[in-house]
Design a binder for this molecule. Sequence first.
Ligand SMILES: Nc1ncnc2c1ncn2[C@@H]1O[C@H](COP(=O)(O)OP(=O)(O)O)[C@@H](O)[C@H]1O
Ligand SMILES: [Mg+2]
Length: 359
Amino acid sequence: MSSSSESRRSSVPETVKNWFKKGADADAVGLEPGWEYLDLAEWVTEDQLDGFEPIDGPTEIIVNLPKKSMDLQAEATPESLSDIVADVITDIENAQTEFDINERVNKRGKHVIAVLSGKGGVGKTTTLLGLAGAAAAQGKRVLLVDLDPQGSLTLAALDGAVTRTAREAFDDANLADLAVPTVWRDFSGTIEIVPATRHLGQIDVPLSPLHAYSTLVNRLGDLTAYDLMLIDAPATLATLAFEAISLAHKAVIVTEPTRFAVTSAIDAADFARLARRGKRTWNRSVHILLNKFDGSEESTYRSREVQSNFPGEVLKTSISASTEIDYANSAGVPVQAIPGVRADLAARQFEVLLSELTR
Ligand SMILES: Nc1ncnc2c1ncn2[C@@H]1O[C@H](COP(=O)(O)OP(=O)(O)O)[C@@H](O)[C@H]1O
Ligand SMILES: [Mg+2]
């Protein structure tokens, strides 16, 4: 080992120790996009890490891939790696900020819920519409964040009149500054939205399972005006779904009682749990929501299957298949805006779901 890398390493061990101990990660120290966890178990032996103890799992360390990948590919000797690690640690120290996700998002009385699924069409957007309507009917101030390039939520909420979108939050805008009022005015509370268009798809790339950097946690802005933030994600389990989970206290995996949907829900839940592991200091949980239950034999069989696949994680409230919900969707309004007894029943289910998720 060269003396220069030795001296640089000896100047940093406390940081590394604290870093492993606290389980801090890239965004906790405010790093820029492109930072990734790399599993260094393949590259360095334990003694090269001077007995630093990772809190769980394989030895992980943050390496700036764009800047360093050349070095890594060229000559990944223990010495060059030590240099890289030392560089990175210095960068992290320089980048250290007072960032605390719990402080920003986790304020008392506030809730951030993201919906996810491995399969499209299971009712993610429908669930958010129902939850938003239920909360706004109680006078709450709701912010919808559309992270699905399909933009279904945006279509319903804005009737096509979109200017700025969530895409800008991946450059330099804050989510709070991108929020606009929805066309729904019949509630005692308010519902605003950060819209999406298909251009959001440009950034939806596959991620390594150890990915731990979230851009949006650094792009929240001032969200104090809202009681509830609801995030819609695409069915693709990539960047946008990861960002949605990163922001949320609760990841709700929506599934319908069909074989394909249940299988995909397992993938989505695994994805959410991995993202949670990458952010292990954060307080978020994974819940399964059964939607479109219709009382049929298949529905009953699949809902049992859901229960056995996700012990302790299935929400007590499920949402029934309902022509009123379908009608509300095609009218582009939350079901609470539809008159009639059967629409009231559907609205009541979302009200109960909201209280289960926010108690
Ligand atoms: N509980 C329900 N009852 C009846 N139709 C539903 C229900 N939930 C969703 N749908 C219908 O299923 C379709 C897909 O729903 P959507 O919310 O767009 O799914 P996703 O956002 O997961 O792609 C829509 O046509 C919607 O009206
Ligand atoms: Mg959708």
